[in-house]
Design a protein around this ligand. Structure first.
Ligand code: Q9C
Ligand code: ZN
Length: 664
């Protein structure tokens, strides 16, 4: 199951033929530099290359009016003067004799991609296209867009492939108002967009781009707008919105297909976005979506105007689609006050529609809609100044780090009677005791077996940290003993930050340290109210891990943001016997955890849990988790308890903040 790449040089063959400052950034080089970067890095060779085709009239009419299509059809025969005049009726767009041809190819590329993914020819893919699509409306070109490639693709997926629910994630820095208008009253398509807004002062300056446009009629709740009211948003702001808004809604929506309006003008250096998120953030955004819809993800290029950050961002996205280890999300700051304000408003506006947001806080006491007016009057000068300073500052940023794949993707340590699953490599280590444990032997440790197990665990961890192996799967007879053995004197020269995720009950954990070398998060039905501290975080659910709704809530809203902030060098995932977690949930968890520590996750399970070896191995190899079925609505008390826990931990962990109150 590969990754499709759709590209054709033909789509570079139109350009602006007159002077128009608003359109001069939309150049053919956007496509050539992106494609060349994929070729140079060897990524394009690893993809399945699929040719575009022209979308048919009938397909274009899935999102556009006949009058509009007929009008665009005439543009190839127009004189320069006619083209200029034709262009004038629309906003921030230009026409060229060849743009109609390219627009048909761009829409057709999106359809080819949907076909390849839906028929199982590939797992996922990306289409590099021009012109972009998300601003074009039923009867109007707009914002460099002629046909709405992604909107057409969503309709097509429903019609041709019987897809029931489509999630559209628009991470372009502009609001895809064309997509919003197309699906506003349609509950089968969930449109999510974040966009530079600045209280309506930024293009396209629409009232309906604000957080309170949630969809209409049956579609209420299926339109999610996150307005950025300041420029300079960073990685932590983007990730925070994903963890606390998009992912809870997306998991509850349970899409059959994910389409991404993949604009990279939301990256650092872009003259339009003026944001500060680095290109490697797109690796994480992509990864976080890759376990939805059984992995069926189609990314279609939208904006992106900095010819350095655009190709870097495209490469990060493609490399993630291909399944390479994620870059470490290092040095996250806390989300800024303005981002938290938006976050709080969106969650509040949507909490009546989504049980996963039901316990969200109210809007900030000073409503940001009143601020709109205030800002326009008082703070304008100050804000604009800051914008200019920042934009002038950012000309350089470090190149995204390499993401080398380990020679062994996943190693296993299994008892003799368990067959090694396909794709895993049996781990062999010397019979000698690990040097770090030698002193223990001299001290006369009584349990030789446990010591040998720990010794082999250390050897495995060592090989992970030198990137000789990616992830690991270990089955042992006494999981408590192994865990205690491995963790109680875990030498910091071996690993400096371990995220320990414990699924299910575990008796005494008094060997855990509180010095920050470990972060322990446990999900179970036990209440350990008193023991909590910054690095020991028990999450209690009434029905324990068998409650998928509570579990996923805890994973998305607590575990992910904690893990991003902690930035572990190793993840240890422990499944205690009888935890009750269901296989698809377990696979989702593994899939998400592989985004940390460059994919170095070590799973510990007890010998008598052999039946779960297959699904665990599959997830560790990066295969998509099956979608979660039977998501019950979240238990009221559990929901409130999770909210309280998050609130209490916010002082220590800034990525857990979901309100702007009390922040600078
Ligand atoms: N500062 C896309 O990213 N406004 N379209 C330009 C000049 C139009 C963006 C104003 C921006 C259109 C697909
Ligand atoms: Zn854009």
């Amino acid at each position: 199951m590969g990754t499709a790449l759709i590209y054709d040089e033909e789509m570079t063959k139109y350009k602006l033929l007159w002077v128009d400052p608003a359109c001069k950034i939309e150049v053919p080089e956007r496509l050539t530099v992106s494609y060349e970067a994929l070729v140079r890095s060897g990524l394009s060779d690893r993809c399945v290359s699929i040719p575009p085709r022209e979308a048919t009239d009938a397909e274009i009419l899935l999102a556009h009016s006949e009058e509009y299509l007929e009008a665009v059809k005439k543009t190839p025969y127009m004189t320069l003067e006619d083209l200029k005049e034709f262009t004038l009726q629309y906003g921030d767009v230009y026409f060229h004799p060849n743009i109609y041809h390219c627009a048909k190819l761009a829409a057709g590329s999106a359809l080819q991609l949907v076909d390849s993914v839906m028929t199982g020819k590939v797992r996922n893919g990306i289409a590099l296209v021009r012109p972009p699509g998300h601003h074009s409306m039923r009867s109007a070109a707009n914002g460099f867009c002629v046909f709405n490639n992604v909107a057409i693709a969503a309709q097509y997926a429903k019609q041709k492939h019987g897809v029931k629910r489509v999630l559209i994630v628009d991470w372009d820095i502009h609001h895809g108002q064309g997509v919003q208008y197309c699906f506003e009253d349609d509950p089968s398509v969930l449109y999510y967009s974040w966009h530079r807004y600045e209280h309506q002062k930024f293009w396209p300056n629409l009232r309906e781009s604000d957080y309170d446009s949630v969809g209409k009629g049956n579609g209420a709740g299926f339109n999610v707008n996150v307005p950025w009211n300041k420029v300079g948003m960073e990685n932590s702001d983007y990730l925070s919105i994903f963890c606390h808004v998009l992912l809870p809604v997306a998991y509850e929506f349970c899409p059959d297909l994910v389409l991404v309006c993949a604009g990279f003008d939301s990256a650092i250096g872009d003259p339009e976005g003026e944001m500060c998120a680095t290109p490697d953030i797109f690796a994480h955004l992509t990864h976080l979506l890759m376990n939805l819809a059984g992995g069926k993800l189609c990314a279609v290029l939208e904006g992106g105007y900095n010819l350095t950050s655009l190709p870097q961002s495209v490469c990060q996205t493609v490399q993630t689609l291909l399944g390479d280890p994620l870059p470490q999300p290092a040095g996250l700051r806390s989300p800024c006050k303005s981002a938290l304000e938006s976050l709080q408003c969106v969650r509040s506006a949507h909490r009546r529609y989504w049980s996963f947001l039901k316990h969200a806080a109210n809007q900030p006491s000073t409503d940001i809609s009143t601020k709109r007016i205030k800002l326009a009057n008082e703070e304008e000068g100050k804000t604009e100044m800051a914008v200019e300073e920042r934009a002038a500052e950012i000309k350089e940023w470090p190149e995204p780090p390499e993401r080398p794949s380990p020679p062994v993707r996943c190693a296993s340590l299994l008892p003799e009677d368990v067959a090694c699953p396909d794709g895993l490599k049996l781990f062999s280590s010397s019979k000698d005791l690990h040097p770090l444990l030698a002193s223990k032997l001299q001290n006369g440790a009584d349990d030789q077996d446990a010591l040998i197990t720990v010794s082999r665990l250390y050897a495995m961890i060592e090989k992970m940290l030198t990137n000789e192996i990616g992830s690991g799967l270990v089955l042992i007879s006494d999981i408590s003993a192994a865990m205690m053995g491995a963790l109680q004197d875990l030498p910091s020269d071996l690993v400096d930050r371990v995220l320990v995720v414990c699924v299910g009950k575990e008796k005494d954990l008094n060997y855990l340290t509180t010095d920050g070398k470990m972060l322990f998060v446990q999900i179970s039905d036990e209440d350990k109210e008193k023991e909590k501290n910054k690095y020991f975080i028990p999450v209690s659910l009434k029905k324990g891990c068998s409650d998928t709704a509570g579990f996923i809530q805890a994973v998305l809203g607590l575990l992910l943001p904690l893990a991003y902030e902690y930035d572990p060098t190793l993840v240890l995932l422990v499944r205690t016997p009888g935890s009750g977690v269901d296989d698809s949930m377990w696979q989702q968890l593994i899939g998400l955890l592989l985004g940390f520590a460059k994919g170095h996750t070590l799973v510990l399970m007890q010998t008598n849990e052999k039946v779960h070896v297959g699904p665990t191995a599959s997830a560790l190899l990066g295969r998509p988790a099956p979608p979660l079925l039977e998501l019950q609505t979240l238990d009221q008390e559990d929901g409130e308890a999770l909210e309280r826990l998050r609130e209490r931990l916010q002082t220590d962990w800034k990525m857990l903040q979901t309100t702007s109150e009390g922040t600078e």
